[in-house]
Design a protein around this ligand. Structure first.
Ligand SMILES: *[C@@H]1O[C@H](CO)[C@@H](O)[C@H](O)[C@H]1NC(C)=O
Ligand SMILES: *[C@@H]1O[C@H](CO)[C@@H](O)[C@H](O)[C@H]1NC(C)=O
Ligand SMILES: *[C@@H]1O[C@H](CO)[C@@H](O)[C@H](O)[C@H]1NC(C)=O
Ligand SMILES: *[C@@H]1O[C@H](CO)[C@@H](O)[C@H](O)[C@H]1NC(C)=O
Ligand SMILES: CC(=O)N[C@H]1CO[C@H](CO)[C@@H](O)[C@@H]1O
Length: 489
């Protein structure tokens, strides 16, 4: 992705021994994971892990991970900006929902209301990969997109990146593939990133993006989109945001808030046609056992026994924050709030939700995702769950051409098409694809039996992690206060 050959060589050369060792152990079936991963998968996972383990400052990580690779070939993009709503009702509504779902102990700051940038994306078949982008206005690009779509499916997409990395520009391969497979278009949101903008800035931006689809402010390219044609989608942290936005809407409806003033229009609060997410991160504390149990399949590093990340960014002017907090995304007191960690929501909060699709690997986040699926199902939601044995986090984006990824993308896209075109599922279903099967062979599983862990056990794991984070945060704040008062002397 835009890497120059010399940068690639500098990255790979020192890692040749690792590549050889991983390949040899896998081929000789000596590694713990060769029963479920082929050599290529194992080498890639080991390489990503080795590269991400080198700690770098926050500002550096954000700069390299948000770099725009440029637009060319069959990917059609049109940029637009949602002007900042002047009216505060949207933020007040968000605050109402946060208070409604919390227990009053959470500390957070209501963010500033800002303009939100977005990208429309679709895929135009038959265009050479290197064809330069047409030299027309953004509105012209939008018209081309509208001339080249064949379905009303509109995917409101939230990119992943642990809430502090990446950008719609880095996810165009994914969004254009979803657009290609559905014949529709994606609306990809440049939400604000932590740590500069902690929770709930992302949720406010996501809410504004959804309202802008329903009721476009003057000057934007698009016409109003009907809620039944919209699917919320995302990967990893973007999956978290898609679920949080859905829960926000459910909560506002439950509170009797029927409409929101948005740029002078009263926009009625309706749920989208569906939600479709890939490897969603639903427990901010990363507290469940699969973080350790599946670590050997994954490039995500498990947190230490007390919840510390081994890949914690090196200190710079952005991180740690002043005052310091335990998590890049939020204060420790916020970690078990359902809008930050949707896994903390009791099943009844999912009543009335639209159908949801979830796919995942045999990954570090396996437990939190399976438990999330079970809870939604038990709360009355219709869940379409697809697991892939031996695969790491977001594997469909890491190995886009593999048979597992192809199958995963087809299911993901098919769900988006179905749910926005009147083919809504009537019941839940779940399956796991067997390792090495090609084409993937799926074994059906009962959603009620998808995990060995009970909701009570999960709650205890999460609570324990939150307590560790609270203690760590308290120590850091005390130290910071001492430094502040010393600096004043
Ligand atoms: C965390 O809590 C402190 C007060 O305890 C508050 O000053 C700060 O704004 C909070 N930070 C975030 C990100 O919510
Ligand atoms: C797609 O876009 C091109 C411009 O890039 C336009 O000429 C064409 O008519 C559009 N429609 C279809 C169906 O290709
Ligand atoms: C995922 O991998 C672990 C081994 O790390 C295994 O115990 C677990 O059953 C796997 N899950 C599935 C669904 O295969
Ligand atoms: C989509 O709808 C078709 C036709 O009803 C059905 O066969 C298929 O299983 C559905 N796929 C998904 C992913 O819901
Ligand atoms: C890529 C990867 O995680 N490989 C692991 C496979 O299993 C061995 C243990 O046998 C680990 O050391 C590797 O890290």
């Amino acid at each position: 992705m835009g890497a120059s050959p010399s940068a690639l060589i500098r990255l790979l050369l020192p890692r040749i021994p690792l590549i050889l060792k991983t390949a040899l152990l896998n081929i000789l079936s000596l590694s713990e994971n060769s029963s479920r991963q082929d050599a290529r998968t194992e080498i890639t996972v080991a390489l990503i892990r080795s590269i991400t383990q080198v700690r770098k400052p926050m500002r550096f990580l954000q700069r390299v991970s948000t770099r725009d690779p440029g637009i060319k070939g069959p990917v059609l993009v049109s940029k637009d900006t949602i002007p900042a709503p002047i009216d505060h009702t949207i933020r007040d509504a968000l605050d109402t929902a946060i208070r409604e779902l919390g227990d009053g102990s959470e500390t957070y700051t209501l963010p500033e209301i800002v303009a939100v940038e977005t990208e429309w994306i679709t895929y135009k078949a038959g265009v050479p990969a290197n064809e330069p982008r047409a030299d027309v206005t953004e509105r012209g690009h939008y018209q081309t997109i509208m001339e080249n779509i064949s379905s009303p499916t509109t995917i409101l997409y939230f990119h992943g990146g642990a809430y502090f990395l990446m950008d719609p520009a880095t996810h165009r391969t994914t969004t254009s593939r979803l657009a290609k497979l559905t014949g529709g278009r994606c609306y990809s949101v440049r939400y604000r990133l932590a740590p500069q903008h902690p929770f709930p800035s992302q949720l406010l931006d996501a809410f504004i993006a959804y309202l802008s689809l329903l009721s476009p402010p003057q000057g934007m390219h698009h016409e109003p989109v009907s809620t039944r044609h919209i699917v919320f989608a995302g990967d990893s942290a973007g999956g978290n945001l898609a679920i949080a936005l859905m829960l926000l809407l459910l909560t506002l409806k439950r509170k009797g808030i029927q409409s929101i003033n948005f740029h002078g229009a009263e926009v009625s609060i309706e749920l989208p046609g569906g939600v479709a997410i890939n490897s969603p991160w639903v427990d901010i504390g990363l507290a469940l056992p699969s973080l350790q149990r599946n670590a050997h399949f994954d490039y995500l590093d498990p947190p230490s026994a007390v919840g510390l990340s081994k890949t914690e960014p090196l200190p710079d002017d952005l991180w740690p924050t002043s005052p310091p907090r335990a998590e890049i995304f939020c204060n420790a007191s916020m970690m078990m709030h359902p809008l930050a960690s949707p896994l903390a929501a009791p099943p009844k909060l999912w009543e009335g939700m639209p159908p949801i699709f979830m796919c995942l690997g045999n990954e570090s986040l396996e437990d939190e995702i399976t438990l999330m699926a079970r809870k939604m199902h038990q709360g009355g939601g219709i869940v379409d769950f697809a697991g892939f044995e031996g695969m790491p986090h977001c594997f469909a984006m890491v190995f886009p051409a593999s048979p597992m990824a192809r199958d995963c993308f087809e299911r993901w896209a098919k769900f988006c098409s179905n749910t926005t075109q009147g083919e809504r599922r009537k019941s839940s279903r779940a399956c796991w694809a067997k390792a090495f099967s090609n084409p993937p062979e799926h074994e059906d599983v009962e959603l009620d039996q998808i995990s060995q862990i009970s909701d009570e056990e999960a709650f205890k794991f999460m609570k324990k992690r939150q307590e560790q984070s609270m203690n760590r945060e308290q120590e850091a704040v005390t130290k910071w206060q001492e430094q502040q008062s010393r600096a004043k002397l």
